[in-house]
Design a protein around this ligand. Sequence first.
Ligand SMILES: Cc1cc2nc3c(=O)[nH]c(=O)nc-3n(C[C@H](O)[C@H](O)[C@H](O)COP(=O)(O)OP(=O)(O)OC[C@H]3O[C@@H](n4cnc5c(N)ncnc54)[C@H](O)[C@@H]3O)c2cc1C
Length: 541
Amino acid sequence: MVALSDLFWLVTSTHNWCCSSSVEQTQNSSVASSSAATIAVQSCQQLQQSLGPTVVQTSTSGSDYILGANGAWSTFNTEVNYQPTCIVFANEAEHVQTAMQTIYQNEADYAVQAGGHSGMTGWNTIQDGVLISFKNMNTSSYDPDHDTITMMPGVRWGEVITEMEPFGVAPVGGRISEVGTGLLLGGGLSFLSSAEGYASDNYVSLDVVLVDGTLVTATADNEYQDLFKALKGGANRFGIVTKYEVKAVHTGTKEEKRWWGGLFVYPNSSSEALLGAIAHYTHDTEDTNAVMVTVIMTTWPSLEPSISVLLVYNGTEASFNHAFAEFLSIPYTSSSPGSLSFLELSNAVHFPSGMGTLFSASSLAGTPANSDVSVDDYLELYRQYNNFSTTFASSSDIGFTLLDFSPVLQSQIRAGYKKGGNPINPPLGTTGYSIILFQVTYREGVTQTAEDVEDGRQFWIENAPSTPGLPLFLSEADAAQQVFATYGEYDFLKQVYAKYDPTSFNVRHTEGPLGLESVLTPSICEPLSIFNYSLPLPLCF
Ligand SMILES: Cc1cc2nc3c(=O)[nH]c(=O)nc-3n(C[C@H](O)[C@H](O)[C@H](O)COP(=O)(O)OP(=O)(O)OC[C@H]3O[C@@H](n4cnc5c(N)ncnc54)[C@H](O)[C@@H]3O)c2cc1C
């Protein structure tokens, strides 16, 4: 684990490394941002000329600009903190190609936004740069001959699941309908994951605009197979995906209520037993029809945690009772089990928007039920979650906090291997693990993080139990957590990045996951010379 002082260094150095943010500006970065601003204005003018004023809009030249600049779920990523110099409302891949060619030639800063649900400040918007928005590329279609679903990057999971329902199919996609396709690039956790792997394990083909504007189609066995695999968790670092073709899963139409289950609400007095049940389920479950997600929410100022567990089973009530016996034996205060279609399941949970939010991640191995292995790490994690509430009980900034547990079962890991593997590459063995999200959501109207609350969140990151050797979940982590370094195939990721972005353009010009800075730019790194032969690229691994 890194020390607080190291984290501070990481955060500040990352901001100086790439694009400056209006949230945290230093004197140096304001000099850098004035030149970034000039380059961005010039790039936007060129783009308006080549793509026209409807596709490329500025704050003074287009009716959709305000909508685009405020399209993000976390208000920390909206216009109050970031005003993109222009927004490219792409209608087709060619628009993205043109945008990237111009951005690349001019060395402009940029960002990409699909569904806007990133919890990382500055990853889906930009100050003094070009924002590429997929708001207008939002269709999906089913190909019965190949049994695949094609999605444009601007579609949201609720839309694609609704559109696919009459065909009785669904993608392995998000569990919350409002979230967008950026989920796939972080791996992606789905209600179908125990059987089908991470959402991205189900890619069939990807259209990708590389950093210099080249459009390629990547599949599992063509010349871009390394890129194809890297995009199963490589986030926004490897190119801009302009089309996803994924496997269709036959989940049934809305008349086919194949699932049984619902939301179970537990009192805080059940928390200890429940954390044990989560740890045991995560370790022991082999049944790929079972789905469990736990969400603990604490609202200010009452500070009483409310514990909800979504328990559903793709099968009968009897199988449900068997799969979740330990959860059902713990006293709960209310429940709503019943039969559900996949469409109903996908629309069961909604999350509020319109507030500034930050994520933090941990991963914990499961523990076997019939053994004397303790669940102390789960209990300690929850203790530290409650400790945060007590410490900041009088905060007028915090709206609520969440602690989520999502299991990655061994069956999910095996499914990923069978489908060609992914860079996350969790250990194949005897136990699954819990992906843990600690989320701090500020009150509506709060536009900046509070320093003491941030310190407290960083303290949780540093001190919350985390099992060594397990990957962190990129989509629910803090921007400063070194998630790529926890991946089983981190070296592979670095090699593929060096191949497709040899000058580290993406790392230098857009915010995103840390860990690929090792391929340095010519200004920072001397070209390598081996036996009098100068390598064309200054690699600095
Ligand atoms: C309420 C809520 C519920 C969630 N539920 C789940 C869940 O069930 N399962 C799960 O796995 N995750 C879940 N997440 C996490 C979610 O997967 C990530 O926040 C994800 O990044 C959101 O994708 P997006 O398209 O909505 O967001 P965006 O903010 O638009 O994109 C996220 C990141 O991906 C980049 N990006 C997006 N599209 C592209 C593209 N086509 N090419 C290149 N880069 C791109 C963006 O630049 C940004 O860095 C949830 C998040 C929230 C807020």
